[in-house]
Design a protein around this ligand. Sequence first.
Ligand code: GYE
Length: 305
Amino acid sequence: AAQAATGLPKLAVKPTYRVCFNQSEMDNPWRLAQTASMQDQAKKLGWTLIFTNANGSAAKQASDVRSCIAQRVDAIFLTPREEKPLTPVVLEAKKANIPVFIIDRNVDDTVVKAGTDYVTFIGSDFYAEGKRAAEWLVKTTNGKAKVIELLGSTGSSPAIDREKGFHDYIAKYPGIQVIAAQTGNFTRDEGRKVMEALIQAHPDATAVYAHNDEMALGAITALEAAGRKPGKDITLVSIDGQKSALQAIIDGKLGATVECNPRFGVKAFQTLKDYAAGKPIAARLINQDRFFDASNAKAMLNSAF
Ligand code: GYE
């Protein structure tokens, strides 16, 4: 079987499995949708899903994974809050002969490798997301904007790659300048607070690039409180494609959002089954994401999370 050749822990074909899902936090609609998707699919298949919530602490998430190892589960689904702090537990699971499937966020790929240390990474291409947001902004502003960037959680793979994808793309457009960048930790409240301060310090800003919708929605609140008109005198673009962001597009406040699909259940558990059956698994299983703007937000509203 393919799995034997890799040095990865083996997994038997069984009617049902006992697996862990180690969630990073539950403080936004994306996380709630992801968790619901995993739990729904486990229920449908009759599998036992042990769910842990690290409440935004990478250290707690590492100890959550260790407790799953101690419980000798069949497999671990891990959504690493930050790249580096969650890398060692991947090796610990391998040593304990428990296959790990990395979903949505990544670990440090310079230290651990898909196909050797863990089975695969399943998720979106965050670099491409940053690039797609930049492309839209360049087009919409005719290549002229002073941008405030709201960064995701420091050290998380989506924050790292969404920053890089955006900056690499705008490097060819000297009229697009990022005049301030600060983390809003992927939350609405921090996005609002950070924007309150940044718009005071940079009243010349004409655009906002937020690494997720929640921070963009927080920013809209802050901008309106500061007397600005989001969608009219300041252009916003973000990532995720949640329902309330599509509503903000319909309302004319948010310009566009790049979809980042949180519904992992079907794909994650099917990949485990394929792995157990000895099928070769690609190192990266990348989701195909959509793009939402004024042209389709209304039609897509009901399919969003
Ligand atoms: O964009 C954000 C969430 O890891 C891709 O994390 C995910 C990101 C998503 O908290 O809203």
